[in-house]
Design a protein around this ligand. Structure first.
Ligand code: NI
Length: 213
């Protein structure tokens, strides 16, 4: 029985996580555990467990006696999260430049170039794969685990940076080209510029969401 409950909990967790990341639930939306439980024909307990796990990940907030809400991020919080992301990625790119998986980059590159008809999910998946190569190059399991803990916040923001696909592709191509050319300085500059532009676009969207909401 416990196994079944655990699997309900992790299935509901995955469903809710995806819906939040893909903005099917908008920031600030209330999530009603009872409704979700009824929708999936399960009890409320595993839904609450899944929501508490999402609270732990900073994707959901739990307001006592009011309920669960999709986490909203202020401009300062957005800035701080992007700063953390820059710290991880720029540090790994420069420190472990020689260990970045070139074969992985070569397999991502043509997919970026041919990125006409791909879904938002596939687009973000490629983005994650590219940025992951820098982190994985560290071969440091503590660093990789810490990065993975906050990675969903970066993915959430990727969905907010969705109006600049062509520019993003160009920025990604330049990063890959400079790494494959062995030009560490240029690769660092390109990644820094890319993350600054991502940040700018996310901040614009955070402001817009606030005005519309
Ligand atoms: Ni990117």
């Amino acid at each position: 029985m416990a196994i079944v409950t655990t699997s309900f909990h992790s299935q509901v967790y995955e469903i809710l996580r995806k819906q939040i990341l893909q903005q099917k639930f908008k920031m600030g939306d209330q999530i009603n555990p009872k409704e979700i439980a009824e929708e999936h024909g399960i009890s409320v307990m595993p839904v609450r467990d899944a929501l508490l796990k999402l609270v732990n990940q900073d994707l959901v907030t739990n307001k006592p006696r009011i309920g669960f809400f999709v986490r909203e991020f202020s401009e300062i919080e957005t800035k701080n999260i992007m700063e953390l992301r820059k710290m991880y990625e720029l540090n790994c790119l420069t420190e472990y430049f020689d260990f970045i998986n070139r074969d992985e980059l070569k397999s991502i590159y043509p997919k970026i170039c041919g990125a006409g008809e791909i879904t938002r999910e596939e687009f973000n998946e490629l983005d994650s794969r590219l940025h992951n190569t820098f982190i994985l190059a560290s071969n440091n399991e503590f660093l990789i685990n810490q990065y993975n803990k906050v990675r969903d916040l970066f993915i959430l923001f990727q969905y907010l940076d969705s109006q600049r696909d062509e520019e993003t592709n160009e920025e990604h191509k330049k990063i890959i080209e400079s790494i494959l050319d062995g030009d560490k300085q240029l690769a660092t500059d390109c990644l820094k510029l890319h993350l600054d532009l991502v940040y700018k676009s996310i901040i614009d969207n955070v402001r817009k969401n606030r005005i519309n909401g």
